[in-house]
Ligand binder design. Sequence first.
Ligand SMILES: CC(=O)SCCNC(=O)CCNC(=O)[C@H](O)C(C)(C)COP(=O)(O)OP(=O)(O)OC[C@H]1O[C@@H](n2cnc3c(N)ncnc32)[C@H](O)[C@@H]1OP(=O)(O)O
Length: 420
Amino acid sequence: MKKAEGYQSITVPEARLDEFFQVVQWAFVGEWLIEDRQDYIDALPVERARGLEVTDERRGAVGEIAAVHASFGTEMITPGGRRVSAAGLSWLGVHPSHRRRGLMTEMMHDHFRRCLERGEAVSTLYAMEAEIYARFGYGMGAQTVKASIPRGPRMWKVEGADELTVRLERADFDAHDQLVADLQAKLTRPGTILNPVGSGRNARFTDPLGNRKGMEKWRIAIVEDRGEPVAYAFFRRKADSDIGIHDGICQVREHGALTPAASQRLWETLTDFDLVETTYTENLATDDPLLHQLKDARGARSKVIDNLWVRLLDVPTALQSREYFHDCDVTVGLTDKHVPDNAGTWRIVVRDGEATVTRAEGAVADLTMDVRHLSTVYLGGTSVESLAAAGQVLEHTPGQARELAVAMMSPVAPLANWDF
Ligand SMILES: CC(=O)SCCNC(=O)CCNC(=O)[C@H](O)C(C)(C)COP(=O)(O)OP(=O)(O)OC[C@H]1O[C@@H](n2cnc3c(N)ncnc32)[C@H](O)[C@@H]1OP(=O)(O)O
């Protein structure tokens, strides 16, 4: 049998969500608590839940769901603070008894086709394993610093930080969703994923008991400037002690700040709870203001890992939906195995920050690359020239990798602060 033969793509109806979740638990290795069911439903973009159902008994029980995925419909901030219509792919899993039969490949094609029909020019995701997605044209578009910060770090003072006030509350969808969405919409960092439309909107507020590992429920810190919210962070703490000495921890998940003072006030709060010795943070951009405010940045023990993976689906629309920081005129020969409409030669002309991207069939390409390389550099966190130096992008006209690199590099490092 050919790969993925004996299965059909379906939209998973609400009545079959438990089957959807069964596949997820098998794929992601875990047994959920029955009392967490509603949290998982709340976190799922239900109307975009898709599955592959067995149609041939040689593959398994006919009618059984063998693989699933879903995606959030959203917008992503691009360099220069612009926006592009994007999908956030998530919940992708294949039941272990159906793996390596091409089901993921089938689902990726289903996802790409439906995104393009909806006008989503870019697909994004967080990868469970880093090796999987490049073959489908995704590139590591943003990286994140994971840091553990000892209590009360010394900081370079930022004027105005002391005048700001902080509210600490239990995170609650009704009380805080609009506030977070409004702040999120004011962030200009490329890679920022805005609140999704439709169901799944409250994903960031769900708090399954099975994931809590002895920690308190998610809290939210809101920094205000005369009553106006200027920063927020989701956090939770856990008291602990070692040989009778308090050794609690604080975990910070999503956060965002609109000003340097707001950032400082936020982190002073998050790193100075009584009985908490270490604050862990998951989503710091590689140039997050905190890293420049800490007097001893090395003291915040850190590692850098991949954050958002990005896949251009509609190359001209995506490239024209961001700002550029230098003029250029570069011809790119592009390969794209999974969305063949993107393949061919493109001319990228930038004038005054705006790109015009047109087909240039027959022209000699200055650079050749795969769509995963263009996707890697899209948010401006990696330079085309470094990919050329690594032998991944081929330069046929000397200097053109630098020309495109300077145009595309972002002055601000990209990051998605919401882990969907
Ligand atoms: C966005 C997210 O949701 S991230 C979460 C992804 N899900 C998981 O990690 C859950 C556990 N894993 C799974 O459910 C499955 O094993 C999946 C989804 C990773 C792969 O599904 P499969 O149906 O087995 O993949 P499929 O048969 O289509 O393989 C496609 C290709 O990817 C490769 N591949 C699949 N899994 C992996 C892996 N873990 N590491 C490296 N390569 C992989 C295959 O070898 C194949 O390569 P080829 O095209 O060169 O032949």
